[in-house]
Design a binder for this molecule. Structure first.
Ligand SMILES: *Cc1c(COP(=O)(O)O)cnc(C)c1O
Length: 371
């Protein structure tokens, strides 16, 4: 019975919500009616039951172990997606006489800034707009404002497909939107004041957002903030201020377990991800200009591979052929166009190899016809 639905699965290159590891989906299916620990569904049990508290503690511990999160950080599970973080970050961390610094490396960084502007003084340290966000600054060429409350960066720009390889090194707290490369590689959490990631790219289903915040920053949350919007409030209630996204937290725990027990940790995951991305970038680089990557080679994302074909017609044809080969959701974001292959942790190497083969075939069969 199970193999029927499994064999119907396509290779899903969606940017988010995105594919989940098959063993995780199988566990969810097997446990959906009755969690072994509870005799009831995860969808039915109280968020204050010992069974759910154990699930949440397990998910936190697994994230802590995977990322080697130091003891002076708290791991929160919130709702409202990364978009709500765009507002909560300045609401909690930006003081009256301070400036919030933003590094704009693509669409998401810009949207984060747009929300911060509503909350207080902001400063743009760098903006890649002039080259349509195909480039990144080096961390050493950026200097935070003298009264900086924090510097906000986006580790991976999901739409443009550029990714920081460097860690930041500033004394002011660094706030990082890791939504689309969270758990894809090791990260030195101690370099950051706050890391956040909506789960639906790489860590679980839509509906839960992970926030990892250094404890000293919790003191900045003003008493006058609405209850839900205060990090201090969520931390002191251990993410149980109101009903947390229980199903999402459960799935994040399963994904973390898969990373630990099946993949073998984030170093191993990063190696897999690099290998997958290289397969596609090699085809782009060896296509004699048929495929043109969006990002400068040195900033290429291992998660979202963005490129164009010589014409819109060829692009449409390519997408149609891909669909016939069960390679789905490859159309680029409407703001950038072209093709975007999102190859998060759960995309198997086999899916990437099939896409690579199609790219090779398509370029060969279109040679000479594109003009
Ligand atoms: C998807 C994404 C977001 C937005 O997340 P929501 O959960 O839809 O609010 C923000 N930042 C990055 C980098 C993303 O990839």
């Amino acid at each position: 019975m199970s193999t029927d639905t499994t064999t119907q699965r396509v290779f899903n290159f969606s940017a988010g919500p995105a594919n989940l590891p098959l063993p995780v989906l199988e566990t969810i299916r097997d446990e959906l009616i009755a969690l072994p620990s509870a005799g009831a569904s995860i969808l039915e049990i109280s968020h204050r039951s010992p069974e759910f508290l154990a699930i949440q503690a397990d998910a936190q511990q697994r994230l802590k172990d995977l990322l080697s999160v130091p003891d002076n950080y708290r791991i929160l599970f919130l709702q409202g997606g990364s978009r709500l973080q765009f507002s909560m970050i300045p609401m909690n961390l930006l003081g009256k006489s301070q400036c919030a610094d933003y590094v704009i490396t693509g669409t998401w960084g810009k949207k984060a800034l747009d929300e911060a502007v509503r909350e207080g003084e902001t400063c743009v340290l760098w903006d890649g707009k002039k080259t349509n966000y195909n480039d990144l600054p080096t961390m050493s060429e950026l200097s935070p404002s003298t009264n900086s409350a924090y510097v906000h960066i986006t580790s991976n720009e999901t739409i443009q497909g550029v990714q920081f390889l460097e860690s930041p090194g500033w004394d002011v707290p660094v706030v990082c939107d890791c939504s689309s490369d969270f758990l894809s590689r090791p990260i030195d959490v101690a370099q950051y004041g706050l890391i956040y990631a909506c789960a639906q790219k790489n860590a679980g289903p839509a509906g839960v957002t992970v926030v990892i915040i250094r404890e000293d920053l919790l003191k900045r949350s003003s008493e006058s903030l609405p209850g839900y919007l205060s990090y201090q409030n969520h931390a002191s209630n251990d993410s149980l201020y109101n009903t947390p996204p229980t199903f999402g937290i459960y799935v994040v725990g399963l994904v973390a377990r898969w990373l630990q027990e099946t993949v073998g940790g984030l170093e191993a995951m990063a190696t897999r991800n690099e290998k997958k991305a290289q397969q596609l970038y090699d085809v782009i680089d060896q296509s004699g200009g048929f495929y043109v990557g969006h990002s400068k080679p040195e900033h290429r994302s291992k998660m979202n591979v963005t490129f164009r074909l010589p014409s819109e017609d060829l692009q449409a044809d390519f997408l149609a052929q891909a669909k016939q080969h069960q390679l789905c959701s490859l159309k680029g974001h409407r703001s950038v166009g072209g093709i975007r292959a999102s190859i998060y942790n759960a995309m198997p190497l086999e899916g990437v190899q099939q896409l690579r083969d199609l790219m090779l075939e398509f370029a060969a069969s279109s040679a000479g016809h594109e003009k």
